[in-house]
Ligand binder design. Structure first.
Ligand SMILES: [Fe+2]
Length: 391
């Protein structure tokens, strides 16, 4: 059944290619900026990944006016403000972010005050605060997970008040996303597996969410197929550039999909598990995805049965119930294979969650922002059963 109304806008230009991160300066000609302030982190700098990018940009007549490497694991307000301040002082005309979700989100949020001045919290908190475009923004992801290079959201951590702030605006979308598998080659197996399970969770939740659309669904199934065909290979052999590239594309497709249709109860539980027990986002999603599918089973089984095919399962002649169960089993099997590689914990206990924390996690999951987009109502009581199953 088609939605009564939906819209789909995706202005970010995506370019994909091996070695592209050191040879994309011609793409910047359309952006009307020659001077860029670069945002990244120390690990990426130590890996030498920034040198080739800088060289390539300089050969194309662009200048890097400065470099910010102090983005913490959760992008903080302080880091965002420092980036903006330093970028303005350096005389930059645009921003380039090279990193994972935190680096990209920090640069994304810094573009508010870098472009238009004012105060980050007072002037730009919440959704849709902008009336005109931001300065040019280029992103080169070094993980295949968040899809932040193609979402209109920046999540920033308020250290003082211990809470995550969400900034959302269509103008936050980067102008160009450069997907180069060489940039993710050094990602260790644990991060490859957990960020990859985050991609899968984005795609599955976007596909079945209350705000999904034919456009979101198409990108979600394509992403799911790529994850099932490439995540184990990318985890086993980081130098497999074909698998690395496929995961970058999957992350981008799943990101574009959920940016339009949002995520659901798996993310509610994962956010809560992260907040209460500091379990990394992708690790929590990997553990909780099949349990969230069980939670939504009655409302989503036709869709799960369809997804089983894209997960590589033979569903011919099966009933809807059996087809849907095959999809859940396929997710569990993928997770088990990654666990067997030593790349990801199998349950919440192994991830370090204390059993007595489950009730607090359930309560936070009920209150989480993703909960309103889940097809079935999430309460602390009904989700606790599934958190216990995941323990
Ligand atoms: Fe996620």
């Amino acid at each position: 059944m088609l939605p009564e109304f939906y819209q789909f806008q995706h202005p970010t230009k995506m370019i994909y290619g091996e070695g592209l991160a050191s040879d994309f300066s011609h793409e910047l000609e359309s952006l009307n900026a020659k001077k860029y302030f670069m945002v990244s982190d120390q690990v990426i700098n130590d890996l030498g990944l920034l040198d080739e990018i800088k060289k390539g940009m300089e050969q194309g007549g662009c200048t890097i006016t400065g470099l910010f490497l102090d983005v913490p694991q959760d992008a903080s307000i302080e880091a965002v403000e420092a980036i903006s301040r330093q970028a303005v002082a350096s005389g930059a005309q645009g921003l380039i972010a090279v990193g994972g979700g935190s680096v990209i989100d920090a640069a994304k949020a810094a573009n508010f005050t870098f472009s238009h001045g004012g105060d980050l919290i007072e002037d730009y908190s919440g959704a849709g605060t902008l009336t005109e475009p931001l300065k040019p923004f280029v992103v080169i992801p070094t993980t295949a997970g968040t899809g932040s290079e193609c979402t209109l959201v920046a999540v920033i951590y308020d250290v003082e008040n211990k809470m995550k702030m969400v900034f959302s605006d269509g103008y936050l979308l980067p102008d160009i996303a450069v997907l180069d598998p060489i940039m993710t080659k050094s990602l260790p197996p644990k991060l490859t597996a957990s960020t990859g399970m985050d991609v899968l969770t984005h795609a599955v939740e976007s596909y079945v969410g209350v705000d999904t659309s034919p456009h979101s669904e198409a990108l979600a199934v394509a992403a799911i197929e790529l994850v099932f065909n490439n995540l184990v290979q990318a985890t086993e052999n980081g130098a497999d550039l074909e698998a690395r590239g496929a995961m970058l594309i999957a992350a981008n497709m799943a990101g574009t999909s959920f940016s339009h249709s949002m995520v659901g109860c798996v993310h509610s539980m994962a956010h809560a598990t992260g907040a209460v027990s500091r379990v990394p986002h992708g690790v929590a999603n990997g553990i909780l995805l099949s349990h969230g599918m069980e939670f939504n089973f009655d409302d989503c089984k036709e869709k799960f049965a369809r997804l089983a095919y894209f997960m590589g399962e033979d569903v011919s002649g099966l009933s809807v119930d059996d087809g849907a169960k095959k999809a859940i089993k396929a997710v569990q099997n993928l997770h088990k294979r990654l666990n067997a590689l030593g790349a990801i914990p199998i349950n919440l206990r192994e991830a370090g969650v204390l059993e007595e924390s489950l009730e607090a996690i359930a309560q936070k999951a009920e209150e989480d922002g993703s909960t309103i987009y889940n097809i079935r109502e999430v309460t602390a009581e009904n989700i606790l059963v599934h958190l216990k199953n995941a323990y």
